[in-house]
Design a protein around this ligand. Sequence first.
Ligand SMILES: [Fe+2]
Length: 472
Amino acid sequence: MDKNLDLEKLAVAPEELSSDLEGGRPLLVFDLRLKENFARGHVKGSVHAVCDSRAKETIMPKIPRGVRIVLIDEDGSVSSQTAGMMASYGLDAHFLRGGIKSWAGDLVSRDVHMTITPEELWRRMENNEDLVLVDVRQPEEFSDFAIPGSINIPLGDLFNNESLDKIPRGRQVVTVCPHGNRSMVAAFALARNGTEALSLSGGLAGWGQVLSPKTLARDGATVLQVEKVGKGCLSYVIGSGGEALVVDPVYPAEKYIEIARGKGLEITKVIDTHQHADHVSAARDLAGLAGAALYMSRYEQYDFESSRIGDGDVIPVGESSVRAVHTPGHTPGSLSLLLDEKYLFTGDVLFVDGIGRPDLRDRAREFAASLYDTLHGKLLVLPGDTRILPAHRGEQVPRGRGPYHSTIRAAREMEIFRLPRDAFVEKVAGMALPRPMNYEKIIGINRSRARVPVPEVADLEIGPNRCAIATA
Ligand SMILES: [Fe+2]
């Protein structure tokens, strides 16, 4: 009885809710009914919400304290209990007395989608659709890493009108956060203010796992560049005679099998150019999934089975072949791979807009010197029309539709190559650059026998790659 009395204190009369909504009072109105009933007719400004254990753990903790919440169900029975539970967590939760049945005002009947998948977001960005990305994390999180072009309005600020004015009217809004929880609350808050927003499901972690393949047409071997768009990692599928070699695969590994099949290719070989520090290599998993041979650099330490290759070794792919060139500098064991003496897969040694950073392993001076020798002695001396296909897009390269590539002739024009050896070493070793997030852990994983559950890969990899020094 006491409990019922307490819950009654949380009840809101229909007239009160109506005047709150009309008066623009900051509040969130959640409709807990079945989705089809919500779609048939709901209170304007309310959003459909499911109150299950997942929502309790993920969405509820992200709702700012002090924001008034009103729950609606069919008759007030479930919503009162839920409001009581939410209030016990410290939220300012209420319920519509008598539920939707007591609502005498108008109902609107439109099914509103509130989420967008990372793949769909990428598709719409590639089509240059007019989107506004609103990143609802705190400024310190935003300044570390964000989807290019997004604006930052922390979730708590979405409940005041001044912040809402920063969002251009009439454009599709997508809300973004690390895992899609805060962004969901943000989409609710915006819907309440008449802005239809889609929450990026899976958040930045999901965004980081989107793979986008682009074909580089060629006689003979087919080369596909696969971009991990959230990080700018580039990997490659080289196909010839029905078989394919994959270079530097990232997660999700199974995507390469789909991409290869789409071109009538079967993956028979997988290789990493070097021990990566910015992303978890999917080479082992892909080789396992595809039943393919796994190749790794002979000059690096790996605690698992693979065929080790080194300078001058040749891997046949159908009618084509790939020759390994030992190109130390970014890492001591880095390999570049030359396909039919025309296409050069440079890993993180040479990019479209710069050179690899040599300082990830705390011996910057020594690595910078070997990077100089590699670049001048082995790569820039190749024929000028040799096409450079790097393992990263590079942070200065404008995001376009890809593929991203350059030529040895164009690379020779980079200013940094005018420096004599000593000045080059001085300059490159002296550059203090932020390191990729979790890089020591990622190197450890890439070296060892241990496997990481795939959802953890996304979390480890949040953030940009930082393997490059831009010289443009
Ligand atoms: Fe790297």
